[in-house]
Design a protein around this ligand. Structure first.
Ligand code: T4K
Length: 406
C-alpha cells in the first residue's frame, strides 16, 4: 500500500512532482468486508433455496438481529437509506414543511422534496455539527409537521432538546441515523428515539449490505404500515391496502448484512484504533482540529472528521484536500456545499445562506479522512505527516498550488 518515499520535507510532497505517498488510492468509503467464506456460504444457500427477495429468511433474520443489537421492537429492512427515509416520512403522515439541517447528505432533503414536501433548512451548532434546537424553534410555522434530526458522523444530535420541542409544538420527530448504528446517546444505542430512526447500510457505511437501509421503531402500528409500504401496500395476495413502493431488501444484501454483523465489534475496534492513531498524529498541528468522539458513549468511530482553520494554520481546507489528493489520499469535503446550495434548493431558496452562517462556515472547513479496515496505523501516520509538513510550510504550498502544482 505504501510507497517508499517518506514525506518529512516540503519538497517530498507530490504537489512538487514527487511520487505520491500511496501507490493505490485511499478512499474514505472503502467497504468493510466481513468473513468472505461465511458470505459465500450464505449466498450459496440462498441460491439452493431459490429465494432471492420478498421477505426471505435472510431478511427476516437480519431484521431480528438488528432489532436485538439496537434494542428496539422492530426493524424494517429496506433497499437503501433514502427509500427508508421516504417511507418513514410518508408513514408518519408528514406534510407541508419539515425542518432539517442543511448540513447533511442531500438524501435527507431529497427524501422530502421527492414527495413534494418542503425541507426547511436549519442551521447547526458549530461545536457539534448538529441541527441547532434553538433555531428549529424559530423555523416552525403553521405548515410545519415534523423535524428530522441527523446524527451526523454517528454522534447523536441533541435528542432531548428536539424531543421537548416536538412534544410542546405537536410535531413528529424522526432521526436520520444513517451514520449512527452502534452509537449511543446517554448510554442507549441510537435507534429507539423519536417516532422512528433510519439507518443506511450503504457500502461506504461501517456496516454494509452492499446497498441497504432500515427503519427501526418501537411503534407496532408504524412498523406494520412501513412493511406494507415497502411492498407496494400488499397485505397478502391480491390485496393492496395502502399506496406503496418497492423498498425491499434482497436476500443477497441481507446475507452481506448478517455476515457484517458478525464482525461488527472488530470493525468498531479497527475504527477506534485508527481514530486514536489520527488523534496522536494530528496533535498540535495548528489550524487542524479532529472532531472528538465522546469516549464515554458507544461509537462506531467511522468518520474521521477534521476542521481546517486557515487563520490558524495558513492553509485552506481545499488546499489541504488538493495536497492529499496528489498523494492518493482521497479526502472528502462532506457535505459541501450544503443542501441549500444544491439544486433544486438553491433555486427555491436563493437567500438561505443568510440564515445558515454556521453551516456556511463549516462547509468551507470540514474534511473527512479514510477509515475502516482498508487503512492501518502506518498509513495513518503518513497521512498525518503529509498534513503536518504541508501546514508547516503553508506559504510555499499555497504558491506551488497557485502555480498549478499537484
Ligand atoms: N442520510 C445521510 C446522513 C447519509 O449520509 C446518507 C448516505 C443517506 C441519508 C442515504 O443513505 P443511502 O441511500 O446511501 O443508503 C456516499 C454514499 O453513497 C452515501 O450512502 C453516504 N450517505 C454518503 C455520505 O457517502 P458519495 O457520493 O460520497 O459516494 P462515492 O461513490 O463517492 O463513494 C465514496 C468513496 O468510497 C469513494 O472514494 C469511492 C469509495 N467506494 C465507494 C463504493 C460504493 C469504494 O471504495 N467502494 C465502493 O463500493 O456518497
Amino acid at each position: 500500500m505504501l510507497n517508499s518515499s517518506v514525506k518529512s520535507r516540503l519538497e517530498d510532497l507530490a504537489i512538487f512532482g514527487r511520487p505520491p505517498s500511496f501507490v493505490e488510492k485511499l478512499h474514505v468509503g472503502r467497504p468493510n468486508i466481513g468473513d468472505r467464506k461465511r458470505l459465500l456460504a450464505r449466498i450459496n444457500d440462498m441460491l439452493d433455496r431459490n429465494w432471492l427477495t420478498n421477505d426471505g429468511p435472510y431478511v427476516r433474520e437480519f431484521e431480528r438481529r438488528i432489532a436485538e443489537f439496537v434494542g428496539v421492537r422492530h426493524c424494517v429492512a429496506m433497499c437503501n437509506g433514502t427509500v427508508a427515509l421516504e417511507i418513514a416520512i410518508r408513514a408518519l403522515g408528514l406534510a407541508g414543511e419539515v425542518i432539517v439541517p442543511s448540513f447533511t447528505f442531500v438524501a435527507t432533503a431529497h427524501a422530502l422534496q421527492w414527495q413534494e414536501l418542503t425541507p426547511v433548512f436549519c442551521d447547526i451548532r458549530a461545536a457539534t455539527h448538529h441541527i441547532d434546537p434553538a433555531q428549529v424553534e424559530r423555523m416552525i410555522t403553521p405548515r410545519t409537521t415534523g423535524v428530522i434530526g441527523v446524527h451526523t458522523w454517528g454522534r447523536p444530535c441533541d435528542i432531548d432538546a428536539l424531543q421537548a420541542i416536538a412534544r410542546r409544538r405537536n410535531l413528529q420527530l424522526l432521526f436520520d441515523a444513517a451514520h449512527g448504528l452502534g452509537c449511543s446517546y446517554k448510554g442507549k444505542l441510537l435507534g429507539g428515539f423519536g417516532r422512528c430512526e433510519v439507518f443506511s447500510f450503504h457500502a461506504t457505511k461501517f456496516l454494509n449490505t452492499f446497498e441497504g437501509g432500515a427503519i427501526v421503531t418501537n411503534d407496532d402500528d408504524l412498523a406494520e404500515k412501513m412493511k406494507l409500504m415497502r411492498n407496494f401496500g400488499f397485505s397478502g395476495y391480491d390485496n393492496v391496502i395502502y399506496i406503496g413502493t418497492n423498498g425491499k431488501m434482497t436476500e443477497a444484501c441481507a446475507a452481506m448484512g448478517l455476515t457484517s454483523l458478525e464482525s461488527v465489534e472488530q470493525f468498531i475496534e479497527t475504527n477506534r484504533c485508527n481514530y486514536r492513531a489520527y488523534r496522536r498524529g494530528l496533535k498540535g498541528i495548528p489550524g487542524v482540529t479532529l472532531i472528538a468522539c465522546n469516549e464515554e458513549e458507544r461509537a462506531n468511530y467511522q468518520y474521521i472528521v477534521l476542521e481546517i482553520n486557515e487563520e490558524q494554520g495558513g492553509l485552506r481546507r481545499d488546499e489541504l484536500v488538493q495536497v492529499l489528493m496528489a498523494e492518493n489520499v482521497l479526502a472528502r469535503r462532506y457535505f459541501f456545499p450544503g443542501c441549500h446550495r444544491m439544486e433544486p434548493y438553491r433555486s427555491y431558496f436563493p437567500h438561505a445562506s443568510l440564515i445558515l452562517p454556521e453551516t456556511e462556515q463549516l462547509c468551507r472547513r470540514v474534511m473527512v479522512l479514510p477509515n475502516g479496515t482498508s487503512v492501518d496505523e502506518p498509513a495513518i501516520d503518513r497521512i498525518c505527516e503529509i498534513i503536518r509538513v504541508a501546514t508547516a510550510n503553508a506559504d510555499a504550498v499555497k504558491s506551488q498550488l497557485s502555480a498549478g502544482g499537484s
